[in-house]
Design a protein around this ligand. Sequence first.
Ligand code: ADP
Length: 656
Amino acid sequence: MNDFGLKMVEAFPEAAVLMDLEGRVVEINKVALDLLGYRSLDVVGRSLFEFAPAQEETTLRDLVDETRVLGRIRNRRIRLYDVRGRLCELKAAFSHYQDEASSFAGLILVFRDAAALSKLEKELFELRDFSQALLDEADVGIAVTDLKGTVVFASKGVEEAFAVSQGSLVGRNLIKESGSQLALNERFERLIKTGQSFDFESVTEVGGEKRFYSNIFTLRRDRAGRAKGAVVLCNDVTKISEMEGQLRDTNSILREQAVDLKRIVEITRRLGSFLEKNRIYEEMAEAARKTLDPAAICYLQRRAKSGELEVDWTMGFEKKPDIALFIEGLKTPKIIPDVTSVKGLSDIGGFEGACAAVFIPILRKKKVFAALALFLNQTREIRRGEIEILQSIGNSAAVALENARLYREIKESAAQLEIKVFERTSELERSNKVKDLFIDIMRHDLLKPADIGRLSTELVLEMEEDQDKKDILDKILQSQERMIDLIENASILAKLESGEVFEISEEDLGAVLMSTATELEDLAEAKNMTLKINAAGEYPALVNPLIYDVFSNLLGNAVKYGPENTMVSAKITESGPSWRIEVSDCGEGIPDVYKEDIFQRFSRLEKGGVKGTGLGLAIVKRVVAAHKGRVWVEDNPGGGSRFIVEIPQAFKNFLK
Ligand code: ADP
């Protein structure tokens, strides 16, 4: 025997045995040995029948004979003992073997462990049931069809999608039995031909409830890629389409609200742009008409005086409606679907045919402050959005009316103010005239007699010999001089304050300073004081002659308040666009707290025995201000005070 047969048995993937025609084992492969537990030498050379139970030997011999005749026998159950004497159930196939070259004829027996096989089979069945159950449980249905659309497998979900019971679905044709057969047929054929998947939508009714399915058909191919049928995935999309519907509803509500909102903004803007009461009411009625088209409208307001809610404006009523009662106490808008059902409301204001009414309270501090009432001569559903618009109309109208009232009041008070200003101006003009008159009286009518008085006193004083009388006359003279000073200063100040036009001409401030210093020389000499003026240059400025008073006041004060045997100095320097005039003395100085006060009228610090009117520095300040300059006082570094004046330079002033 050529060993081809042996090799073939050895290499066979399943348990295999080569026997001669008498059933003697020639070769057994490893798989068979492993299955039965023998070693090769235990088996080779022995008859196969020895391994079978005695009562089955004949059957086995018959099988061998049959194989010789038929050439091949499949799927037979045989039983053989294994090495431990246990009977093994085997599923066996016999085939005749003829070795041409060595003319060996025999049989090949191939077998499997039948028990293991049936276990595997059971497991496979279980797995199939499990997958079926899994598919039946799943949200999707799965169906498998052949090329014609006949169902070969279907899960429970398909039954619902196509409204047929599961059992009967297998073997039936989904395409032919579908309600919308034509369309489905066409698409199914295209799928088979071109592989183009499609979604077929179906609607079924279960217990009166509609369910929507999306059934996706895809091509099923065999291993070689040839079309074999279709796989259908059935999805219940009822929820999704419900949600789509809801989304559509929400969308339209949102759109509606956006439109309402736009209207509200528009109404608020329009109503807010009017300041006239009637115009506001007209606009309000127009906006309400566009919203609900009422047959009659009225607007109520709480009266400030009586505290009562009263109708302020109506449209469409025959007479003022008696309606406050129904609105008082409302916290939110109220819709009355049928006014005839409400006592006292059906015949209100003589208005007939009204079916529904809407009351919109306008609240302030949680109380009805005003209200809008609308009467409709039809029944119709009133949207929430419409009520919201009406509420904004009411609110905007209330604000606009309030603005209108304020505007009216402001206008009225402005008119009154105008009258008052006019009266006051005339009064002022009158009092200015009186002041001018007073200044004139002071200058001419007071100064003259005072001067005459002074001269007379001087004369009498010169003639008088008696010292006691002389002392008295001296006192009289001093108070007369003080009176003249006062009159002169007061009239200057009054003139400055009356705002009279101020005449200016160019002067050299150095010259002004020198001449005032000269005038004061006697006074300084009396106190043995030196006046040191440092103003050698040219200091042109545009000034009024009152500038002399400024310098003589400052120099005069320095002499007046400076101690005997000291020096008073004055100088002019350039400071930016101005001339800076400094007057320094060696007196006690001025405490910081008074540095500003002394420039006020009649502000005098206690100065032992020094006489004055308290008007000098007030005049200085006003004259300097009239020249667009500044004046202030500082401490003199060596003790005493230093008064500083700044007056714009002439050419710089001119340039300004
Ligand atoms: P008066 O006529 O009293 O001098 P002024 O208006 O000229 O009035 O001055 C106001 C007050 O400022 C003076 O009463 C004085 O107390 C104070 N005063 C003014 N100049 C000086 C100074 N050079 N030194 C000290 N005190 C001064």
